[in-house]
Design a binder for this molecule. Structure first.
Ligand SMILES: [Zn+2]
Length: 281
């Protein structure tokens, strides 16, 4: 998986010269200059003092997280005694998606689709079918943008336009988004919070995009699956859809029940928080 951490990186290759700064303080002017510069650098890199109120309590600099505002998630048909997993499919909808829906339907399995907004209109009938057959529809941004390197304006546009097209085509309101490459940052989280979205990563990465091989996808899934797994797949690859022909019956035989991401994540903990990142790792 890829998680991008931006900021806070100090690996600039400059190591302070401790010999110069520590031992020959009074010897040369250049040493004093060095010390002065180092002190300034230290000041710059120190985190700002947290603000406190009149009682000495820290004042939070970010808004408190709000719970997602949506209709309560339905748990109809969930068996509390059985382990739960969520199959997730990214990067569609595409030509492979109807065949995947057939397989899911055959086994009575509900999945979660993180759709790329710009493909939604051209695959409107697939999207309508997805919604009608009870799958959860979530966002994978409009153009598969890397949110951690995008401006606020771009992040807003990527998320809002996907929400709007899904609403227009399926009538469903999106509450979950998966940032492409699993990559987000504080700004992307802030925007998600404002739009009432939670970010969803994964706990089992089938690496189907890399192997493009149904047996490999089967093995990755069966080797790493456990109660509460969020399994990352891509319906963009026909080999992944091929894999589901064997993966789904094998998981059913192992005693798992398939739920949507919202069902999986809220069943025990209650409603999710907007702007928060969930992975169930
Ligand atoms: Zn993707």
């Amino acid at each position: 998986m890829f998680v991008t951490f931006l900021g806070g990186c100090s690996a600039d290759g400059k190591t302070p010269d401790k010999e110069t700064s520590g031992k020959k303080v009074s010897a040369e002017v250049t040493d004093e200059e060095t010390i002065q510069k180092e002190t300034e650098t230290e000041k710059e890199t120190l985190p700002p003092e947290p603000e406190t109120d009149e009682f000495g309590s820290t004042i939070p600099t970010t808004m408190p997280k709000q719970k997602l505002k949506r209709k309560p998630v339905s748990y109809a048909g969930i068996d509390p005694s059985k382990p739960m997993i969520a199959l997730t499919f990214d990067d569609g909808p595409c030509a492979n998606t109807p065949r995947l829906l057939d397989i899911l339907n055959k086994h009575g399995v509900k999945a979660t689709f993180f759709v790329v907004g710009k493909y939604v209109e051209d695959n409107a009938s697939t999207m309508k079918r997805m919604a009608k057959e009870g799958h959860e529809i979530a966002s994978h941004t409009w153009s598969h943008a890397n949110l951690s390197t995008s401006s606020r304006e771009t992040i807003e546009k990527e998320l809002k336009s996907t929400n709007a097209i899904v609403k227009k085509i399926t009538g469903q309101t999106i509450h979950l988004a998966r940032p492409p490459y699993g990559s987000s940052n504080e700004l992307a989280q802030q925007v998600a919070a404002e739009l009432g979205l939670s970010y969803i990563l994964w706990s089992v990465d089938t690496r189907d995009w890399e192997s493009r091989n149904a047996t490999a996808v089967y093995n990755m899934t069966m080797n790493y699956v456990g109660n509460g797994s969020i399994i990352l797949c891509h319906d963009l690859h026909s080999t992944t859809v091929d894999a589901m022909e064997s993966v789904i019956p094998a998981l059913i035989n192992s005693g798992y029940q398939f739920v949507t991401v919202s069902q999986l994540l809220t069943y025990n903990r209650g409603e999710l928080e907007a702007g928060e990142i969930y992975s169930n790792r």
